[in-house]
Design a protein. Structure first.
Length: 409
């Protein structure tokens, strides 16, 4: 499969169709990452492109036991109840586990179980965004959030950001009339950066003073390598924040379960949007997650994920150091998560480099897709968690060879 073969259908293809698209559908765009993943299915491609957790981390035996327990256990929460329609808010014991596991006081009534944290972004968009609403995002930001927000036709404004996150002066200049700031403080997708405690405290104080709500997305926060990240922004001002979390990165993405924590004033509308979307997230899956989490399983399991990912990050950093000498390529050193951020030499576009890299057997995600505006064409995201150390060494060497051939004389 070539890159051109992965191109999705255009609106012009509907000219001879009886269907008329809604205006919001015209705003929908395909995930660049998903399209690139189609290309990486070609045999022999080493992929640093996907945002997938390593399948080595999936606790299969624990889920097998949980499946049996949920279906055969005694009590109203088991057996037939697990296969029946359920409450839109989510499975009560799981909501209580989520509330108890957060580092600030949370009532389980504030927790809404979602079909992946991506659905949380969709619900936020439907409840908080009107056509023309100003919303603020980091530079760059998560592509999936842009996909969720764009159909609501907002005015998406990119706030200048550095290695510590959002620039507060630029935020202040752009905050007037904004509905919210969307922010990923921990091991951000795509850059891997983390907001420092100093920046985090200042951002919370500034946002509160500006009357600017925050939507805090934290799917990677448990994946720290040497020390846990600072306290969440939501813990500092719970009434001014919506918090999104996920079970995908610490247990299994295929179960499609996440959660959101919201102020009591927002919960009724978020719940109504959830009911309209899918009635409820799969009750069987929720019970399995709750069953696996009993007895402090995550406290034993997540450290094994951290150790694996840290070793793979170290392997990629070492490979970059060996292979990129003399190429004027720069990169960061994430302290957790799944990604690192690379900037190519002047004159080298990541989008144009990609097919040449694929020809050499390696794939990545060009960074331009993660910008709301004024994209930096020289950036790329590398995921280090699904490739073995050997694949990392081979793939980074191939990437360096592609860059070397691509550079202007």
């Amino acid at each position: 499969m070539t890159l051109s073969e992965a191109t999705p259908m255009k609106l012009d293809d509907l000219n001879n169709s009886p269907w008329t698209l809604a205006r919001r559908a015209e705003k929908m765009n395909p995930s660049v990452i998903r399209e690139i993943l189609k290309v990486t299915e070609k045999p022999g491609i080493i992929s640093f492109a996907g945002g997938l957790p390593s399948p080595k981390t999936f606790p299969i035996s624990e889920f097998a036991a949980a499946c049996d327990a949920v279906l055969t256990g005694k009590g109203e929460a088991y057996g037939q109840a697990a296969l029946q329609y359920a409450a839109s808010e989510g499975y009560g014991p799981l909501r209580e586990m989520v509330a108890a596991g957060l580092p600030w006081p949370v009532d389980a009534a504030q927790v809404l179980i979602t079909t992946g944290s991506q659905q949380g972004l969709d619900l936020v968009a439907k409840v908080l965004i009107d056509a023309g609403s100003r919303i603020l995002v980091e530079t760059p930001t998560y592509l999936g959030a842009l996909q969720a927000f764009t159909p609501m036709e907002p005015d998406v404004v990119s706030v200048a950001s550095d290695d510590e996150g959002v620039d507060l002066d630029d935020l202040t200049a752009k905050a007037n009339g904004a509905r919210f700031l969307y922010v990923l403080p921990n091991f951000q997708n795509p850059t891997g950066r983390t907001l420092s405690e100093t920046r985090r405290a200042a951002l919370s104080t500034r946002a509160t003073a500006l009357g600017l709500p925050l939507v805090e997305d934290n799917p990677y926060g448990d994946l720290w390598f040497d020390a846990p990240p600072p306290l969440p922004l939501t813990a500092r001002n719970p009434d001014g924040c919506v918090y999104l979390g996920s079970f995908s990165k610490v247990l299994a993405p295929g179960l499609r379960l996440g959660f959101m924590v919201a102020p009591a004033t927002l919960m009724p509308k978020l719940l109504q949007a959830k009911q309209a979307a899918d009635l409820h997230s799969p009750g069987f899956n929720q019970r399995m997650i709750a069953q696996v989490m009993q007895g402090g399983f995550l406290d034993r399991h997540v450290p094994t994920i951290r150790a694996l990912y840290k070793a793979q990050r170290d392997a990629m950093l070492a490979a970059l150091g060996r292979n990129m000498q003399g190429l004027n390529v720069s990169w960061n050193k994430p302290v957790g998560g799944m990604f690192l951020w690379v900037r190519l030499p002047a004159g080298v576009s990541a989008v144009e480099l990609l097919p040449k890299a694929v020809d050499k057997g390696v794939a990545f995600v060009p960074g331009a897709a993660f910008y709301a505006d004024e994209a930096d064409a020289r950036t790329m995201r590398l995921s280090f968690v699904t490739a073995s150390v050997e694949q990392i060494n081979v793939g980074v060497a191939a990437l360096a060879a592609a860059i070397r051939e691509f550079q202007p004389a």
